[in-house]
Structure formats: structure tokens, C-alpha cells
Design a protein around this ligand. Structure first.
Ligand SMILES: [Zn+2]
Length: 278
């Protein structure tokens, strides 16, 4: 069933697990992800980032995402990841996305507040939820070693914008890491205690199991996974072609579906969202 972000994260926030948010760029990707969630009775978020529009246009992907969500037996949120403008968020809302992220993390604090507020006002009028991001901003002259989201700023940001979920910077990075990052769990706990809303971890593809567990037990209830799912699909295709160089297109599509299903299933176990759908 199609649900909003706050609906899907409410139980996760109360019971200390995380819902995986998987960037899906193809029908095989979407089918495998939803199958994994259904087999494991887990809620799931499927999402598309604005930087992915050239390979997966939002107008083409939206009907696929929405129909997959509506016919699913588990709760599915259809989310815009890293929207770069109010206009992109508006288009996503018009297409039926149940949640949008506006990413103003690179903006000065007051500008990030102002634009996020504009997106929130627009989204709320349509019954759509909003995720925003607050990184480490400005503060020249302050402690330059502190590159993490500021606790006091997070409180002002959440109150001023009316968002439903906040992506934070605690040492996480996007993409595939060369070195496994060390996350600042102490800062996560402080931000979580100061704000009651669900917190989001971006860059979930290179994080250690211990850090994932610490995160989900201390307030992270949405974890974005993009790189790991793409890498998993690529690996399975490469393996299959090395064993069967003449493999046909249809069997390769099956490989893509099952690879997507396997990678998503691994993360559902890791994030402890298994068996959360009565
Ligand atoms: Zn991200």
C-alpha cells in the first residue's frame, strides 16, 4: 500500500529500527526491492534522486513506483531524494510522490530554512511529507574540527521548517567508501534527544555493521542505500556473463531482479525492519 514518510517512519521511530530507502532506476530494480520487502514483511521506501533523472526521468518512473506501491502487500513510501529546487519538489508532488526531500545542505542556514519552509508549505497542502538536510554550515572562526550537524541549529531548523524527517551529518558520506567511516554516535544521540522527529542517514553503502546498529538504536529511522544496490546488480550480471557469455536478455533481466531482491533483503535484515508489517 502507498503511504507517506511520516506514516512509515512512526513505528520505526518508536521501536528503534530503520526503514531502508532504496534508489531504484529500473523496473527490475523496483520489482526486486518490493519482492524482498513482501517476503520479509518489511516496510520499504523506494526513491529517485534528481541527479538520476537523466537515466531515469521522474515522469516515467513515477507511474512505475506508484503502481508498485499501490499493489504491494506492505507499506511503501514513494520519495524524491535530493530535490535541488522548489520546482522539482512541486513536480514530484504533482506526480503523486508521497514524500519529497529538499536538499539545501549547501546553502547558508537562513536560506536553507527559507526554501525548506516553502517546500513544506507546498507539500503539506497536498498531504505530502518532507525530508530536509542540515549539514555543517558556515561558522567561520568557530571550532573548525567540528564538521557534524550542530545540535542547537538542528532544533532551530526543525522548528522553523515544520519538516517530517531530518538528514544529518555525523561523519557519513555518499557513495562507496575507500575507508569505512567512523560515525559520531554521540552527536547522533544529542540531536535525537533534542528533536523528536525521525532522523535520516545518507550514504548507507559503506557503513560498518556496528555503526548501522548504533545508528538505528539511537534515532536513525531512514537509511538511504543507492551505491550498494547498483554494485550488487552489476556484480551478479558480470558473474553470469563470465559463466554464460551468450546469456540472453530475458535471463539477464531475471538476474537483475533477483540481485535487487537479495541486496535489499540483506539491508532489511541489517536495519531490523523485518516482520514489522502485521
Ligand atoms: Zn543522500
Amino acid at each position: 500500500m502507498l503511504v507517506t514518510l511520516s506514516e512509515i517512519l512512526r513505528d520505526a521511530n518508536e521501536r528503534h529500527y530503520a526503514v531502508g530507502a532504496f534508489n531504484c532506476l529500473s523496473v527490475e530494480n523496483v520489482m526486486g526491492a518490493i519482492e524482498a520487502a513482501e517476503q520479509l514483511s518489511s516496510p520499504i521506501i523506494i526513491q529517485l534522486a534528481e541527479v538520476q533523472f537523466p537515466e531515469a526521468p521522474m515522469e516515467l518512473m513515477a507511474p512505475l513506483f506508484l503502481q508498485a506501491a499501490r499493489r504491494s502487500s506492505v507499506p511503501v513510501c514513494v520519495h524524491l531524494d535530493h530535490g535541488q529546487s522548489v520546482e522539482t519538489c512541486r513536480r514530484a508532488i504533482q506526480l503523486g510522490f508521497t514524500s519529497v526531500m529538499f536538499d539545501g545542505a549547501a546553502l547558508p542556514f537562513e536560506d536553507n530554512v527559507a526554501v525548506t519552509r516553502e517546500v513544506t508549505d507546498m507539500a503539506k497542502a497536498a498531504g505530502v511529507d518532507v525530508e530536509a538536510e542540515l549539514g555543517k554550515v558556515g561558522d567561520s572562526g568557530a571550532d573548525t574540527a567540528d564538521v557534524f550537524t550542530d545540535v542547537e541549529e538542528s532544533v532551530r531548523f526543525v522548528q522553523a521548517t515544520g519538516i517530517d524527517a531530518l538528514a544529518i551529518a555525523i561523519g557519513n558520506l555518499h557513495g562507496h567508501y575507500v575507508h569505512t567511516p567512523q560515525l559520531n554516535i554521540r552527536r547522533l544521540i544529542e540531536i535525537h534527544e533534542a528533536n523528536r522527529l525521525p532522523l535520516v542517514l545518507h550514504g548507507g553503502s559503506g557503513t560498518s555493521v556496528d555503526d548501522f546498529k548504533a545508528c538505528i538504536h539511537h534515532g536513525i529511522c531512514k537509511i538511504n542505500v543507492a551505491t550498494a544496490i547498483q554494485r550488487g546488480i552489476m556484480q551478479r550480471i558480470t558473474e553470469r556473463l563470465s559463466q554464460h557469455p551468450d546469456e540472453g536478455y530475458i535471463p539477464l533481466k531475471q538476474v537483475m531482479i533477483s540481485a535487487s531482491r537479495e541486496v535489499v533483503a540483506e539491508h532489511i535484515h541489517l536495519f531490523e525492519s523485518i516482520d514489522r508489517c502485521p
